[in-house]
Write a protein that binds this ligand. Structure first.
Ligand code: GUN
Length: 293
């Protein structure tokens, strides 16, 4: 069993990005600039946004943080997005999700200019990715693809089971794994809350990608010997053993599943750090105008 070290790979990617940024500056260019828009006080979102801003600093990006109260109207939020779309100094931006209940998430995502949508959530980017055109790809699936690549994990002809059908992870993950490419060329099954006999399906899987947000959902009896297991779960649970008062729990019962795997990602230190590295990569692409010229 080999543990996939997302912390190490993300550090390598950040280093690669930092070198490119330095070259851009040395050639008289400007620092890539990522804006992050946060609405409200969700604890998890605040932590993620802080990490994104810190990562920008680390690779030499400029970052712009915009905070709005959770009482903000949808109209005001749309106006802020319009300003970011038009601001020539901003290369790309994200609106941290989830948003307060009175705001229509899809309406917000659709308001972001596809050329600045470094989260890859806009239907134009999702559609372009689906048909193989250059597009911003959602950061978590992109990070998982990078892990499979850097660990040289074989995917062609393999049965890949994706647990979860979210727009952010499950669906784009399934699209990427079925693409005629490496990593890809897999036979993909998507399972969700209405799937019957999940265990029967996962027992048949060579690669299992779990993105349910259901702590320790995947147990050893659901996994075939030698499978590759990718854990996207990051549920925050209370803990008196950490300084912050909480710790992250994955969707995989790691201790019992790991011995059966050829490769497995831990939580924390697996997929999580890759998500931020992918966002930085997308922002660099935006600054270089490589997706939309
Ligand atoms: N909430 C959870 N993950 C993400 C992400 O990748 N981007 C944004 N904008 N919000 C999120």
């Amino acid at each position: 069993m080999q543990k996939i070290d997302g912390k190490l790979i993300s550090a390598q990617i950040k280093e690669e990005i930092a070198i490119e940024v330095k070259q851009i500056i040395d050639n008289g260019g400007k620092k890539p600039n990522l804006a992050v828009l946060l609405v409200g006080n969700d604890g998890g979102s605040q932590v993620y946004v802080k990490s994104k801003i810190k990562a920008c600093e680390l690779v030499g990006f400029k970052s712009t943080s915009i905070k709005l109260p959770d009482t903000v109207s949808q109209t005001i939020l749309l106006e802020e997005i319009d300003k970011l779309n038009k601001n020539k100094d901003i290369d790309g931006f994200i609106v941290q999700l989830p948003l307060p209940k009175h705001i229509d998430e899809n309406r917000i995502i659709e308001a972001i200019a596809p050329s600045k949508d470094v989260d890859g959530f806009h239907p134009i980017n999702v559609g372009r990715m689906s048909v193989g055109l250059p597009a911003y790809i959602s950061a978590t699936p992109l990070g998982i693809i990078e892990l499979l690549k850097r660990y040289k994990i074989e995917t062609a002809g393999k049965h890949c089971v994706v647990l979860g059908r979210s727009n952010i992870v499950g669906r784009p993950m399934a699209t990427l794994m079925s693409k005629k490419a490496y990593p890809g060329n897999a036979t993909v099954t998507i399972c969700h809350s209405r799937t019957k006999n999940i265990k029967e399906i996962t027992l048949n899987a060579d690669i299992i990608i779990v993105a349910l947000g259901s702590p320790e959902f995947l147990t050893a009896d659901m996994v075939k010997q030698g499978a590759v297991v990718i854990d996207v779960g990051t549920t925050r649970i209370k803990s008196d053993k950490t300084k912050s008062g909480w710790k992250l729990k994955g969707d995989v019962k790691f201790e019992e599943v790991a011995p059966k795997c050829s490769f497995i990602t831990p939580v924390p230190g697996g997929v999580g750090p890759m998500t931020i590295a992918s966002l930085l990569k997308n922002t660099l692409l935006a600054a270089k105008k490589e997706i939309y010229s």
